[in-house]
Design a binder for this molecule. Sequence first.
Ligand SMILES: NC(=O)c1ccc[n+]([C@@H]2O[C@H](COP(=O)([O-])OP(=O)(O)OC[C@H]3O[C@@H](n4cnc5c(N)ncnc54)[C@H](O)[C@@H]3O)[C@@H](O)[C@H]2O)c1
Length: 360
Amino acid sequence: MSTATEIKVSGVDPYEIVIGRALLGEVAKGLGDKVKKVLVVHPVALTASAELLRETLVEAGFEAILAGVPDSEDAKRVEVAAFCWGIMGKSDFTRSDAVVGFGGGSTTDMAGFVAATWLRGVKLIQVPTTLLGMVDAAIGGKTGINTSEGKNLVGAFHAPAKVIIDLDTLQSLARNEILAGFGEVVKYGFIADPVILDLIEKDVTSATDPNSPVFQDIVQRCVAIKARVVGEDFKEAGLREILNYGHTLGHAIEHAERYKWRHGAAISIGMVFVAELARLGGRLGDAAVDRHRSVLGLLGLPTTYSADKWNQLVETMQRDKKSRSGNLRFVVLDDIAKPTIMSAPTPEMLFAAFQEIVEG
Ligand SMILES: NC(=O)c1ccc[n+]([C@@H]2O[C@H](COP(=O)([O-])OP(=O)(O)OC[C@H]3O[C@@H](n4cnc5c(N)ncnc54)[C@H](O)[C@@H]3O)[C@@H](O)[C@H]2O)c1
């Protein structure tokens, strides 16, 4: 085992995030003495590696059961939760048993939801296997499923007991999924840690190679930021909002594209948009705005969008605003690593910022 790093998340239910390689054996150690049964929730596509994880748990003395769930957003349906509850019921899972989420963000969201709801909450260990899952979804205790009315409408805050980030699991992940995960990575660079941007700019090939030490360094930096933010603001009462940098327009783009786009691509455009908004508001200089385009461009992430969708995007952002019963608010930068909130910008300013990102 190469050296693993541990990052602590503080709060009412503190926990550790372990980052390294060849770490699947750590899952059993994280379960503790009281747990007897473990439900490993994984996408069917990862059955072979989930089976390896199950074997390590059985060797450690647990009764481990696999729950293969559909791929991606198809996992986040109440029918799939019911499937998992069914397995737990038939296997007599008690309050002191546990759930392991092994997969991308959609799997860890579903596994977390099942853990939060079974007998009003059982132990959860998250083992993310996508870059997005590692730097974002598996940390922070937000769990949820979709309904026909929208994404993530049903869920609970349920902190994991441990998060195990085994970078070796990324070996099988498609390159475009890794690059899409870099949308969130760049976000952390702009809101909190510009060294992340430096590392990408210095050598984008190493920075995006899951086998390289610089990749591990980048993941650790991102995890440290998310851990600090959710440790201070578990239930999204304040600070956690900075994590939404680029997300207001990004979510509207995902909606306009009927969720066929990768999240990272949508927030990539969203970040350039808010950078332009901050520039127009006299907050952010030209060089910092240009840096958004150049670093995202290096990663092959999009930075422009089609002009004819503006009205639809505004409508979606307004609807989103209503559901939060507040002003249209954007996380913007006063400078790199200095996030702040811009509340209720004028329609003219929003449109002007959008003009800066239209394609062609
Ligand atoms: N709870 C949170 O705080 C939070 C934060 C951000 C995103 N999310 C959620 O995360 C989800 C998106 O997560 P995602 O981008 O990881 O996508 P995903 O979970 O849909 O996974 C993407 C694809 O990669 C496959 N896959 C996963 N790991 C693999 C591996 N190691 N090798 C090969 N294939 C692998 C999956 O089967 C899937 O096809 C969304 O539902 C979003 O709402 C949650």
